[in-house]
Design a protein around this ligand. Structure first.
Ligand SMILES: Cc1cc2nc3c(=O)[nH]c(=O)nc-3n(C[C@H](O)[C@H](O)[C@H](O)COP(=O)(O)OP(=O)(O)OC[C@H]3O[C@@H](n4cnc5c(N)ncnc54)[C@H](O)[C@@H]3O)c2cc1C
Length: 369
């Protein structure tokens, strides 16, 4: 494929870029160029998702958990629902899965080591400056995040480590949240049992500011000492993340469109975007096939609820435990997962709202800030 013939350029071969490139090249003959600043792909994060609704990775997970628990105030809520599993894929396997498919297609080209500086949107084309040359294309989908995250908004921030213990530790029950009694910021541990003596454990916060890595490391050390004392361990891998739990401003034009975290594909109340990346890519390609400007249908009520929940947590961090206690204790796993994946019915959404601290939520919903 020569660069003068490109129909669609995608900036960033991460989660959204690869899923979108795959969807376009599988369903259309459009010529796609994927530009990535990294020189090679490696294992840089664990990607988790629910087994419902299905996506093309549902059968390719590295781990699957059917027993899921949440710990609140020393109480354990355990879920086991037929047909619902929590899945994890190593990011390296995620990249390989898509690259293997994409590299076989004639209408696809990947350029690594290309860090994009700017994109100029004209009437009928976009000009992408790679620092080495200018590339022209009809549409550009862009997963670069423009600015630093804004102050005073809610962030999900976390540091996690993969640990190998000397002796057996795990019973294959996934801990979605072990909520800590922290009045200043909402904090929980997230534990993925990987094998009998291997876990991935993360200290996660929902708050306005993220911390130096030492802070999360201290949390993890204390937690490990309390819960796994006397069992020697080695740390194999770590990951750090900061995810916005609010809507990022972007200035999309008809031919320069933000995708992924930059395009607000992350569900605000959870920090997850994988499921949305499949759904949104499908909608974009539907528009391309119909000759329309790519647009993603807004799910206004879900967005309103996500915003309200995040505003509730930012204004009432001391009530975070009560909020999640009600959310998890009073709802079935199916309802919870449907909410988390934006597939809940109106009845399920009503059940969730009724289960939560209603008066404070209503007050939060009508407050401007
Ligand atoms: C550590 C971590 C763990 C996460 N775990 C989950 C999870 O389990 N489940 C879930 O649903 N979500 C998870 N998320 C949230 C979200 O799904 C991921 O961040 C996801 O990778 C977002 O996709 P993206 O395409 O926007 O960004 P990325 O996947 O980060 O892709 C962006 C790509 O653009 C490239 N790039 C950046 N700047 C340039 C440039 N100037 N020129 C060219 N290329 C550039 C980057 O190198 C990168 O490859 C996690 C996030 C983090 C940070």
């Amino acid at each position: 494929m020569i660069e003068q013939e490109i129909d669609i350029t995608i900036i960033g071969a991460g989660v959204s870029g690869l899923i979108l490139a795959n969807e376009i090249t599988e369903r259309t003959s459009k010529k796609v160029l994927l530009l990535e600043k990294k020189k090679k792909f490696k294992f840089d994060k664990n990607l988790c998702y629910w087994s419902v609704p299905r996506n093309s990775l549902t059968d390719y997970a590295d781990n699957r958990w059917s027993t899921i628990c949440v710990l609140i105030n020393k109480d354990r809520i355990v879920y086991q629902t037929k047909g619902i599993e929590y899945l994890r894929i190593k990011s390296s396997n995620f990249y390989n899965y898509f690259l293997k498919k994409l590299n076989k297609r004639k209408n696809f080209k990947l350029l690594l080591g290309h860090s994009i500086n700017s994109v100029k949107s004209l009437d009928d084309e976009v000009i992408i400056d790679t620092g080495r040359k200018e590339i022209k294309s009809k549409i550009c989908f862009d997963s670069r995040i423009e600015n630093n995250y804004s102050k005073n908004q809610l962030l999900q921030h976390f540091f996690g480590v993969e640990i190998i213990f000397k002796n057996k530790v795990s019973n294959n029950v996934l801990t979605l949240m072990d909520i800590q009694n922290n009045k200043k910021a909402f904090n929980f541990f997230y534990i993925l049992p990987m094998s009998k003596n291997k876990i991935f454990i993360e200290s996660t916060y929902f708050s306005k500011n993220f911390f130096k890595k030492e802070k999360y490391k201290n949390d993890l050390n204390k937690y490990l000492l309390k819960n796994y004392s006397g069992n020697e361990y080695k740390i194999k891998f770590d990951e750090f993340g900061v995810i916005p739990m609010y809507e990022l401003r972007n200035l999309d034009s008809k031919n320069h469109i933000k995708i992924g975290t930059a395009g607000n594909w992350v569900k605000q109340s959870t920090g997850y975007s994988l499921q949305n990346a499949f759904e949104n890519s499908k909608q974009i390609v539907d528009c391309i096939i119909e000759g329309k400007t790519p647009k993603i249908k807004k799910k206004y009520f879900f967005t309103f609820l996500d915003k309200t929940f995040c505003k509730f947590l930012i204004n009432n961090p001391e009530d975070g435990i009560l909020f999640f206690d009600n959310f998890f204790r009073k709802n079935k796993l199916k309802t919870i997962v449907n909410f988390l994946t934006n597939t809940a019915s109106l009845l399920e959404l009503a059940k969730i709202i009724i289960s939560l601290p209603k008066f404070k939520l209503i007050k939060t919903a009508i407050m401007r800030k």
